[in-house]
Design a protein around this ligand. Structure first.
Ligand SMILES: *Cc1c(COP(=O)(O)O)cnc(C)c1O
Length: 368
């Protein structure tokens, strides 16, 4: 099989989704599966839906267009504020979009009218993380504005924490969201069906709080895909943390001196990291894998036990393979954290392989 490649275990995506759906259901919270880290892969989206996700969300229109290829009908939500230049495509590919700007809402309304559709809107509220969101004091006016646009339908309120400033979802900020929902409903005589409390960083709060208030939806990407919660990057009990494997091929193997020689200046990506390797030994069993920064981010690339990363340039990953029996042509498998995953998924050089069902056991001999 071709290398480098990223293998995606769709059964584990489904299991992780189901585990989270089952955990949140007793609290009255549905899961929207977020596919942006896998570029809106329809295979991953379908696995999330099999696992019980209520719908799918993505931050980019082209990814939502890929999800539109799914056979099973699923609600598609654009979870980043639409670009004004893309309102036609947004109305065409997303059932719902998250919004904060009147100009954009106006554009969406015009686009929806010309396509003879109704487009659903969730207004995002700023609760302290200082990324997207309408100030709480301005929400009532924004609700009135959406009400004046006849091709748009306000379906809910949402918020996003932890991404820009690391603000932790807690009873206080989630309480503000729930109170806003009640105020809007009372003032405008409407019912808000969607109260989208946040992302994977909300999981701790959702499982430990005495009341989730009106929050009835979480948008989960990282927890489903990597099995970790993003506040401390600790594994979530019961979730698989090895949905993805990045596989690269060894192109050189040699016993090399542990330290470089010659006068030294900058390396390809700035100051060279000191070669640590196995400390004390005069030489290193060094393997080069045909993987570089054009394929994956060094940050979040996890080698197998007993193998150490010595450095990476555009096209070469240099490893100390220790006592492993590694040969040229062998494949080495790496685990991925979020940064490394996103780089690998967006690299045109990395083949994406989606695996379903149990691995095929090769026949030992073919007779006849
Ligand atoms: C990326 C994103 C999510 C999903 O975040 P995870 O930490 O991957 O669960 C949810 N909501 C918004 C607005 C996002 O941009």
């Amino acid at each position: 099989m071709t290398a480098p490649r990223i293998e995606i275990d769709l059964d584990k995506v489904e299991q992780n989704t189901r585990t989270l759906v089952d955990r949140l259901a007793p609290r009255g919270i549905d899961v929207t599966g977020v596919t942006k880290a896998v570029l809106g892969s329809p295979g991953v989206g379908a696995a999330m839906l099999r696992g019980g996700a209520r719908g799918l969300g993505d931050s980019r229109v082209p990814n939502l267009a890929r999800l539109a290829e799914l056979v099973e009908p699923a609600s598609r939500t654009l979870i980043r504020s639409p670009m004004l230049s893309q309102v036609d495509q947004v109305v065409g590919t997303a059932h719902v979009s998250f919004n904060t700007e009147r100009t954009v809402l106006h554009g969406l309304d015009r686009a929806a009218k010309s396509q003879r559709r109704t487009h659903d809107v969730v207004l995002m509220v700023e609760l302290g993380d200082l990324r997207e969101g309408i100030a709480t004091d301005d929400v009532a006016a924004a609700v009135r504005y959406v009400g004046s646009l006849h091709a748009l339908r306000l379906v809910g309120l949402g918020t996003n924490l932890a991404c820009q400033s690391g603000v932790v979802p807690d009873d206080r900020n989630m309480g503000v969201l729930s109170a806003l929902v009640e105020t809007v409903e009372a003032t405008h005589g409407i019912r808000l069906d969607v109260v989208s409390g946040g992302n994977s960083a909300n999981l701790d709060w959702a499982s430990s709080t005495s009341s989730v208030g009106r929050v009835n939806d979480l948008r989960l990407g990282e927890a489903i895909l990597l099995g970790v919660e993003p506040l401390h990057r600790t594994p979530v009990p019961g979730l698989a943390t090895d949905v993805f494997r990045l596989v690269g091929e060894v192109i050189e193997l040699a016993e090399k001196p542990s330290q470089p020689w010659g006068e030294r200046a900058q390396a390809a990506f700035g100051a060279a990291a000191p070669r640590t390797g196995r400390s004390g030994s005069a030489t290193v069993r060094q393997a080069i894998v045909a993987l570089g920064r054009q394929d994956v981010d060094l940050d979040g690339l996890a080698p197998p036990a007993g193998i150490e990363i010595l450095g990476m340039s555009s096209d070469h990953l240099v490893l100390d393979v220790g006592d492993h029996d590694v040969r040229v042509g062998d494949e080495i498998t790496f685990g991925l954290a979020y940064g490394a995953l996103v780089r690998a998924m967006t690299s045109p050089f990395v083949t994406k392989v989606e695996l379903v069902g149990r691995p095929v056991v090769p026949r030992l001999r073919v007779l006849g």
